[in-house]
Ligand binder design. Structure first.
Ligand SMILES: *[C@@H]1O[C@H](CO)[C@@H](O)[C@H](O)[C@H]1NC(C)=O
Ligand SMILES: *[C@@H]1O[C@H](CO)[C@@H](O)[C@H](O)[C@H]1NC(C)=O
Ligand SMILES: *[C@@H]1O[C@H](CO)[C@@H](O)[C@H](O)[C@H]1NC(C)=O
Ligand SMILES: *[C@@H]1O[C@H](CO)[C@@H](O)[C@H](O)[C@H]1NC(C)=O
Ligand SMILES: *[C@@H]1O[C@H](CO)[C@@H](O)[C@H](O)[C@H]1NC(C)=O
Ligand SMILES: *[C@@H]1O[C@H](CO)[C@@H](O)[C@H](O)[C@H]1NC(C)=O
Ligand SMILES: *[C@@H]1O[C@H](CO)[C@@H](O)[C@H](O)[C@H]1NC(C)=O
Ligand SMILES: *[C@@H]1O[C@H](CO)[C@@H](O)[C@H](O)[C@H]1NC(C)=O
Ligand SMILES: *[C@@H]1O[C@H](CO)[C@@H](O)[C@H](O)[C@H]1NC(C)=O
Length: 716
């Protein structure tokens, strides 16, 4: 029997392998209880193989289980199904499973079957202590021993189901975490809860919250409490006392500080003991406010606050002033008032100096009374101060002085400084600069220093200034300041009077004139290229005349003149045009020369005749032809007759010249009497175009009328 069985076992595979045919029809997987499984459940994965064979027996084959392509199990089987058991499945068991069957070189594999694990096991939570002091720390341990990291832990601190603090942490290498929670002043009975979250592929699973044991908190010190005296309503003037007290657990030995704060300001504090006091002998409205008492140890701070309301005893006084601006000598009325007019003691002060201890004050004021006034009102021990009141007392401005600092003369077009000053009078003083009652410029001075104005006048101007300040009397005017403006000489013209071509022995008259310029004007006449003027004169006139009595050939030449006054600065002296003077021979001189020649000829003829007759007397037999000198005498007489004609012609030539110069001297044709040393000029009407520009005179004018003694002004 045993032998027969052995025989079958021995032969069957050999027969199958050699003689039978096999085929794998189908291979699939099944999961129990399913592909989606709750965390902690047992899971069985099955591989089902459908094989067709000619043999009566199922052949031996291999079945392989894979998770995420990693071989998990390799079995040799004769069965249609093989199982893979996972006890208490965990998140990390989730994944893609498949199985493969191998039969005689034939192999078939299933598709991937996804196993997902639902839920995370509840974590375990432990606290290191269940009774704790304020300010210390509780360590909370939360673990999920069934699972593998990474795990995300969330721990919350709860009191009365209200979350007071939450901490969370991802742990990569352990399946537990320990987190420290500080215990604060408002913690009493605490409980901690923990949640674990595990992410797997694209999905994430979270556990339930697991709660820890209760943790009771013991107080180190109590919340501070206030004791206020007086109790009830506090009125201004009452003594005020704030006491802040705490109770301390005898076990608590840490250093602590008690502070009383009013708003942000610390008003009292202590570092020892259990109480601190803030007091003021006289409560004032300023003491009203929110007071805070704080107790602080290194980690714990407890606060209490109270609002102190202080009832006003009387309102702030007000200082009434009759006027803030008073003239010197005016009347000042000051009155200190409190609304409701309660009985009070009053003080009126000027710049912290008491001027009266009564409610009202009247005074005639002077400048020194200007200043800041305030009043104090006292009822019982409460003193209140009014807002300050400003008083300004104005002294009337003194008559302003208008002056120039500089002694130098004002030149037309140049700027100069004018000052105006009232020595007395309360600033601010406003100065107005006026010209002929028209006040254009003004300046405000905050002291009694002079106000300065800059002017650029074109002509002599009379200035006044007016000063005014806040004094009610108004403004005061200064005296008139006459500012003389000197006008520089701008253009100079030189002209020749009478004739331009002068007969020798006759007079040469030159006229140097200016169009504008302040007097006195200094004129200089120059000849040729001489650097030295041959004539200089200072005159209060727009022109100056120079003349020479008997012109000689030496007087011929070119002339010009310069004219300047104080306003003409160096190198800015205008120069006139240049005039050319010619000197010709006088007709009587020509006649004299002719007479002299005729005389000489006559003498010669007489001498020749005498010599002839003497010779004839000596030698009575001499030829007569030699005594015939007649014809040359005839030619000489012709010459003397022609000379006056030439002179007449030249006379008419002079007349033309005069016409050209548009001069009409009345002694035009009169032969000047050279024997007489007195020279007489009469009025000459001149129409010189250059003179049209002169602002002082225009058109036809009388140039000069002077009679003067001959001074023999010859050229040097
Ligand atoms: C899971 O399997 C274990 C071991 O085989 C067994 O002891 C346990 O009872 C099973 N649990 C369930 C719920 O079937
Ligand atoms: C399965 O196990 C057998 C016997 O131990 C071995 O011969 C075979 O190579 C294994 N198959 C794989 C795929 O590891
Ligand atoms: C927290 O708990 C885990 C599991 O209970 C334990 O292994 C670990 O040592 C604990 N950690 C601390 C700091 O107590
Ligand atoms: C007083 O101040 C505290 C802290 O600033 C604040 O919490 C409180 O509300 C204030 N009380 C009053 C009455 O203003
Ligand atoms: C203070 O007290 C007075 C009267 O007792 C009251 O009218 C006033 O509103 C209080 N002030 C505050 C800020 O509470
Ligand atoms: C007046 O007194 C106040 C304080 O009392 C002080 O601050 C101020 O400087 C004083 N003024 C003068 C002018 O003395
Ligand atoms: C001060 O003047 C006011 C009016 O301005 C008056 O009512 C008051 O009685 C006066 N006080 C004294 C003490 O004279
Ligand atoms: C005013 O001052 C006097 C003397 O100092 C004092 O007796 C009186 O009580 C004070 N009056 C008031 C209303 O405070
Ligand atoms: C010019 O006038 C001024 C004042 O009118 C006088 O002082 C001065 O002597 C005059 N000069 C001449 C040269 O006449």
């Amino acid at each position: 029997m045993y032998l027969a069985l052995l025989g079958i076992l021995w032969f069957c595979p050999r027969l199958k392998g050699q003689e039978n045919s096999f085929t794998i029809n189908k291979i699939e997987m099944k999961a129990e209880p399913g592909w989606e499984v709750e965390n902690g459940k047992n899971l069985t994965l099955k591989c089902l193989v459908d094989i067709s064979t000619t043999s009566k027996f199922l052949s031996q084959h291999e079945v392989l289980f894979y998770k995420d392509d990693i071989l998990l199990k390799n079995v040799t089987s004769w069965n249609k199904e093989e199982g893979f058991f996972i006890q208490a499945v965990r998140i990390y068991d989730g994944g893609n499973y498949k199985c493969t069957v191998i039969l005689n070189n034939k192999e078939k594999t299933t598709r991937d079957y996804a196993v997902s694990v639902k839920g995370v096991p509840s974590p375990r939570v432990k606290v290191d202590k269940t009774e704790v002091m304020e300010g210390s720390v509780v360590a909370v341990n939360c673990s999920v021993p069934e699972e593998k990291p990474p795990i995300y832990f969330i721990i919350e601190k709860l009191e009365m189901n209200i979350c007071k603090q939450k901490k969370q942490k991802q742990v990569l290498d352990r399946n537990y975490v320990t987190m420290d929670f500080p215990i604060e002043e408002r913690d009493h009975v605490l409980i901690f809860q923990c949640q674990a979250k595990i992410s797997f592929g694209t999905f994430s699973e979270a556990s339930e919250f697991t709660k820890s044991d209760l943790v009771t908190v013991r107080e180190t010190f109590s919340i501070p409490s206030f004791q206020i005296t007086p109790e009830g309503e506090i009125t201004e003037g009452d003594p005020l006392k704030l006491k802040c007290t705490i109770q301390v657990t005898h076990m608590f030995l840490e250093a602590r500080e008690i502070i009383i704060q009013k708003d942000r300001e610390i008003v009292a504090y202590t570092k020892q003991g259990t109480e601190v006091t803030y007091s003021t002998p006289i409560a004032r409205v300023e003491h009203m406010g929110n007071y805070t008492c704080k107790v602080e140890s290194s980690r714990i701070s407890k606060v209490n606050s109270i609002f102190i309301n202080i009832t006003e005893l009387f309102s702030k006084p007000e200082l009434l002033i009759s006027s803030n601006h008073l003239d010197e000598g005016g009347k000042l009325d000051l009155s200190c008032q409190i609304s409701g007019s309660p009985l009070a003691n009053f003080t009126i002060q000027k710049e912290n100096t008491t001027i009266t201890n009564s409610q009202n004050f009247t005074k005639r004021v002077w400048v020194r009374d200007s200043g800041t006034y305030r009043c104090l009102a006292a009822i019982r021990n409460v003193i209140k101060e009014s807002d300050p009141v400003q008083l300004s007392v104005f002294e009337i401005v003194s008559k302003p002085r208008i002056f120039r600092n500089s002694k130098s003369e004002v030149i037309k077009g140049q700027q100069f400084e004018l000052s105006c000053q009232s020595i007395n009078g309360t600033p601010p003083i406003r100065y107005h600069l006026c010209i002929m009652n028209a006040c254009k410029k003004q300046q405000k001075m905050y002291s009694n220093e002079p106000a300065k104005f800059f002017e650029r006048p074109t002509a002599t101007t009379e200035y006044t200034c007016v000063a005014e300040n806040h004094h009610s009397q108004g403004s005061v005017a200064s005296d008139v300041l006459n500012v003389v403006v000197i006008v520089p000489v701008a253009r100079v013209n030189l002209s020749i009077l009478l004739h331009e071509e002068v007969e020798s022995g006759k007079e040469v008259v030159l006229r140097c004139s200016t169009d504008e310029g302040s007097w006195p004007i200094h004129y200089k006449f120059y000849r040729h290229d001489s650097a030295v003027p041959f004539f200089e004169k200072t005159s209060n006139d727009t022109h100056v005349i120079w003349h020479t009595l008997q012109a000689s050939k030496e007087d011929e030449g070119q002339y010009y003149c310069l004219a300047s006054n104080r306003a003409n600065l160096h190198g800015n002296i205008p120069k006139s045009n240049v005039i050319t003077v010619k000197v010709t021979l006088a007709p009587w001189m020509k006649g004299l020369i002719a007479l002299f020649i005729i005389g000489a000829i006559i003498v010669t003829l007489v001498l020749v005749a005498r010599w002839y007759f003497l010779k004839k007397a000596k030698a009575k037999q001499m030829p007569v032809e030699m005594s015939r000198p007649g014809p040359p005498l005839n030619s000489n007489t012709e010459k003397t007759q022609s000379d006056p004609n030439v002179e007449a012609n030249s006379h008419s030539g002079y007349n033309d010249d005069i016409g050209n110069h548009t001069m009409k001297p009345t002694n035009e044709h009169k032969e000047p009497d050279h024997s007489n040393v007195d020279v007489e000029y009469t009025e000459v009407e001149v129409l010189t175009p250059d003179l049209h520009r002169a602002p002082e005179r225009k058109g036809t004018e009388t140039v000069y009328s002077e009679i003067r003694k001959a001074e023999n002004r010859r050229l040097p």
